[in-house]
Design a protein around this ligand. Sequence first.
Ligand SMILES: Nc1ncnc2c1ncn2[C@@H]1O[C@H](COP(=O)(O)OP(=O)(O)O)[C@@H](O)[C@H]1O
Ligand SMILES: O=C(CO)[C@@H](O)[C@H](O)COP(=O)(O)O
Length: 499
Amino acid sequence: MKYVIGIDLGTSAVKLLLVNKHGDVVQEVSKAYSLIKEKSNYSEQNPEDWVDQTIEGLSDLLQLFKGTPEDIEGISFSGQMHGLVLLDENHEVLRNAILWNDTRTTEECHEIYSRVGRERLLKITKNLALEGFTLPKILWVKNHEPETFNKAKHFVLPKDYVRFRLTGKLHMEYSDTAGTLLLNINEKKWSKEICDILGIDVNMCPPLVESHAEVGMITTEIATKTGLTPFTRVFAGGADNACGAIGAGILEEGKTLASVGTSGVVLTYEGNSDKDFQGKVHYFNHAAPNSYYSMGVTLSAGHSLSWFKNIFAKDESFEELLDEVESVSIGANGLLFTPYISGERTPHVDAAIRGSFIGMDSSHQRKHFVRAVLEGITFSLNESLQIFRENGKDIDRIISIGGGAKNEDWLQMQADIFNADVVKLKSEQGPGMGAAMLAAYGCGWFNSLNECANEFLKEDRVYHPIAENVEKYQTLFQLYKLVYSATESLNKGLVEFRN
Ligand SMILES: Nc1ncnc2c1ncn2[C@@H]1O[C@H](COP(=O)(O)OP(=O)(O)O)[C@@H](O)[C@H]1O
Ligand SMILES: O=C(CO)[C@@H](O)[C@H](O)COP(=O)(O)O
């Protein structure tokens, strides 16, 4: 039997899947790393941690593997998007990576609008200038750390850096590059125009390849460290959400997914780049050839739950923490949560907003807070879904992926809040599976990603919306939506008190 490995470089951990020709996950390894948060709106990671944990993960995977390493034909990647990794002329990392959920760049977003122009930016990139995207981060380093910027000869995104360390070859691919705000997404070329206007040398931008492109083989050093053979073929991979879409079979019009990872995403397939959402949702190149997707992003979805767990249930597992959710009725006994604990993107582009619990009373126990957190995260995803529905998309079936899809009560809650069938797949690891599928397609196992999806992706269970619950959630959702405007100016006033 032949195998491929999908490596998902997430925000909380790198997750590695060893997958056989039928799409069965034969071995699974996860290696965690932490966030570096020097200030309230900062979020960084050390790229060396990604590399070390990926190598360790591969080595563990190979030790668990019962077959011969020669049977592992290829590997590919899925990666947290937008993170800036700056490299000097010797390809040495110049500073910690600034991540997708770091919102220090509000000024730089204004600079992009005033120098490039909002309409021109939208025309070229199909997206707005959001704090999380890569271009504002490059400008932030240029404005605040000029010495570092002057030494920078290249930039890459997180999984591109890990791939570089595994192969010695520097590339980027279209799906992740779309999230830099430097790609002309129609022409699939770096925008020299935007680079020139903002004083960025276009030569900092690495060569671009397709997600299924073979970029080389692993180095002998990595082969020795991991137990893989040096003939293991390496394929470029894609942005985690693009790979999540492949791993959830979002490969044709009408297909939609919801993901609860560190972030939360509602994503829908687009056959072309012609639609105009006026920047209300992100519009990116897919990792599947010649296609696109649009998506809304909740900055702190799973992160809100893991934050709550760290503060109030550090020694418990997620399963233990969520055990009592079912015993609490819809609406958590009058408690509403907004998951804005590190600002928000969709539908409120606002780096200053923060989360709230509304309606706390002395009868509330920890389990009410837990249910309110799950409901608040899901309401936030529902706001993205609402944008798609308002723009004419008919969405009545949603594939649910990410860590949040491990919990059955949460899946039923998603069905009730989304008022749609929610499908759980056999593996909830959409991005890792998508990466494995890119490797399988790249290796020539299948003629198309669709063919691969038909073989690899298996449904586990479908959760149907329950009419009585849908009605209650519709009332609560209207109240949830009021919390943003009611707390917006309060949070602006609090900014000066934040570290
Ligand atoms: N058993 C579980 N039940 C519900 N949610 C979970 C469970 N385990 C993890 N999660 C949620 O999933 C999130 C991690 O999801 P994952 O897709 O692995 O994220 P990432 O790709 O960002 O690293 C955690 O922050 C947590 O909120
Ligand atoms: O910023 C975005 C998408 O625009 C995030 O979705 C990141 O790509 C991180 O993803 P996860 O770690 O939550 O999977």
